[in-house]
Write a protein that binds this ligand. Structure first.
Ligand code: AMP
Ligand code: MG
Length: 275
C-alpha cells in the first residue's frame, strides 16, 4: 500500500490542509490512482478473498489477535467501513465493540479498563468502533476531566498498546478523514431521508460546532500515539469506495506480514479413515 497514510513517529500532522504537516495524500478527497467507484470493485473483491483465507489461518494458528481501531468525526463512515471491509470474512472470528459514553461502572474505573476487557482473543479480529482514544478526544474537547489528567493519557495509551503488541495482539488504527463540507452533506442527507433519521441526533449537530477543536485533538492523538508498534493511518474518507479499498489493503498486508502457518495436526492423519 501507499506509505503516506501511515503516520510515522515524530511526523508533523496537519488535518486542515495547510501548514508544514500537510500531505496531499492524506487529504479527505484523495483517491490515488482511482477516479471512480467501479474501478475499485475488482481489486476489493480480490482482497476480500485473500482476507478470508488469512482470517482462517489466524484462527487456526491462534497465536495472534488483530485489533482494528476506527476513529473519526460523526458520519465519517465507521459503521460503513465495518460493513464493507468485513463483508468478506467469517463473522464467527470477528467481534465488534462500540464505545459509547461510559457507564457508571466504566467511569468509576481507569479509562483503559473497558478497552482492555474488549480486546480480541488470539485467533480473532476485534474491531473498536471508537475506542480508548475518546478519552483524549471528546474528553479533551469538552474538558470532561482536567488537562493534567488527559495529558498523561497519551503515554498511558502508548504503554497499554505496547503491552498488547508484546503479548500477541497486532494493533492497526485508522482515522477516517472526511472534510467539514462532506460531513455537512452527510448530515443533511440523514435529515432529508426518513430511513436515516435513526442515525442522527441533536448531539451530532452540536458536536460539529467544535470541528476545529476536534481537529486539534486528533492531530495531537495522531502525533503522540503513532508508534512503531501501533501505527495510526490517516485514511482519505470522503469517497467511501477508496476508504474501503485502502483499509482492506492494509489489513491484508498486515495479516500477510505475520507469516502464519497452519498448526501441525494433533493426530496422525495418515492412519485415519472414515467408514
Ligand atoms: P455514536 O458513535 O454515534 O454511537 O456515539 C457515541 C458517543 O459516545 C459519541 O458522541 C462519543 O463521543 C461518546 N463517547 C465515547 N466514549 C466516550 C468517553 N470516554 N467519554 C465521553 N463520551 C464518549
Ligand atoms: Mg453519532
Amino acid at each position: 500500500m501507499e506509505r503516506p497514510f501511515i503516520v510515522k513517529p515524530g511526523d508533523n500532522v496537519s488535518l486542515n490542509g495547510v501548514g508544514e504537516g500537510c500531505n496531499l495524500k492524506r487529504t479527505p478527497e484523495y483517491t490515488g490512482a482511482y477516479q471512480k467507484k467501479g474501478e475499485t470493485k475488482k481489486p476489493l473483491k480480490k482482497l476480500h478473498k485473500q482476507m478470508l483465507k488469512l482470517q482462517e489461518l489466524l484462527y487456526a494458528e491462534s497465536q495472534h489477535a488483530l485489533l482494528i481501531i476506527l476513529q473519526g468525526m460523526d458520519t465519517c463512515g465507521k459503521d460503513g467501513t465495518i460493513r464493507k471491509v468485513m463483508a468478506g470474512i467469517n463473522v464467527q472470528g470477528c467481534d465488534v465493540v462500540n464505545f459509547k459514553v461510559p457507564s457508571a461502572d466504566e467511569i468509576s474505573r481507569d479509562f483503559l479498563w473497558r478497552a482492555h476487557k474488549a480486546v480480541p482473543q488470539k485467533g480473532k479480529i476485534g474491531i473498536f468502533n471508537r475506542s480508548h482514544y475518546e478519552d483524549v478526544l471528546v474528553v479533551r474537547v469538552h474538558d470532561l476531566v482536567p488537562k493534567s489528567i488527559w495529558k498523561q493519557r497519551y503515554q498511558q495509551i502508548n504503554d497499554f498498546e505496547k503491552m498488547l503488541v508484546e503479548n500477541g495482539t497486532v494493533v492497526l488504527k485508522f482515522f477516517l478523514h472526511i472534510s467539514k463540507d462532506e460531513q455537512k452533506e452527510r448530515l443533511e442527507s440523514r435529515i432529508n431521508d426518513p430511513s436515516k433519521h435513526w442515525k442522527i441526533t441533536e448531539a451530532d449537530i452540536r458536536e460539529r460546532a467544535y470541528w476545529d477543536d476536534y481537529m486539534q485533538a486528533y492531530e495531537a492523538a495522531l502525533q503522540k500515539c503513532s508508534t512503531d508498534w501501533a501505527p495510526w493511518h490517516i485514511i482519505p474518507a470522503n469517497k467511501k469506495w477508496y476508504r474501503n479499498l485502502v483499509i482492506t489493503e492494509r489489513i491484508v498486508e498486515t495479516l500477510e506480514g505475520l507469516d502464519m502457518k497452519f498448526p501441525k495436526p494433533t493426530s496422525d492423519v495418515s492412519i485415519l479413515s472414515v467408514d
